[in-house]
Design a binder for this molecule. Structure first.
Ligand code: NI
Length: 186
């Protein structure tokens, strides 16, 4: 089932998420719905707060980027309670977008190498070192679990330049090709 994507300005995107306990009701259906929602909106990653749930759950399907970024080829990951270690301090700047911030993309500086620990949907533990764009997607999605968005990382000048676009999204004046949920009216 396709789920609406919560947009910038909605408080659910700004909350710290809770760990997922084994036996979480309806988890497999929720994961399947998140993959379906992500595919329908042509995203490569989706975090649970973006569909209105403040739990530490992320889905990633980066295969479509495999031609440009070989580390992304065939990568489909369900991340439960993921934990990240930064492996080096070198930062690279690249363009990012987010399904919760439609119509915008901005350069974001992120570290290249990470080590990730997570549970899959069967609660099996995994650990892997990641780099390149896959590492970037993971960092972007994990930010969502701590109530952060990629636009929090851009310079004050860039933020100023996109301020009116952000306000339009937050106030429900944007068009989107996928089902969305706006912030409640103040
Ligand atoms: Ni995002």
């Amino acid at each position: 089932m396709k789920l609406p994507i919560y947009l910038y300005g909605h408080p659910v995107l700004r909350k710290e998420c809770e760990e997922v306990e084994e036996g979480y009701p309806g988890l497999k259906e929720l994961v399947a719905d998140m993959y379906e929602t992500m595919a329908a909106s042509e995203g490569v990653g989706l975090a649970a707060p973006q569909i209105g749930k403040n739990i530490r759950l992320v889905v990633i399907d980066a295969d479509v980027l495999g031609d440009d970024f070989p580390e992304c080829a065939g990568r489909r990951l369900t991340l439960i309670n993921p934990e990240i270690d930064i492996l080096d301090g070198e930062k690279i700047s690249r363009s990012e977008g987010c399904l919760s911030v439609p119509g915008l993309s901005e350069n974001v500086s992120r570290v290249e190498h990470i080590r990730l620990n997570w549970l899959d949907e069967d609660f099996v533990e995994h650990e892997e070192e990641m780099s390149g764009f896959l590492s970037r997607i993971v960092q972007h999605e994990l930010d969502h679990l701590d109530g952060q968005l990629y636009i929090d990382h851009i310079s004050p000048i860039r933020k100023q330049l996109i301020r009116s676009k952000l306000r339009n999204i937050a106030e429900g004046r944007t068009r989107c090709d996928y089902p969305t949920k706006y912030a409640p009216k103040k």
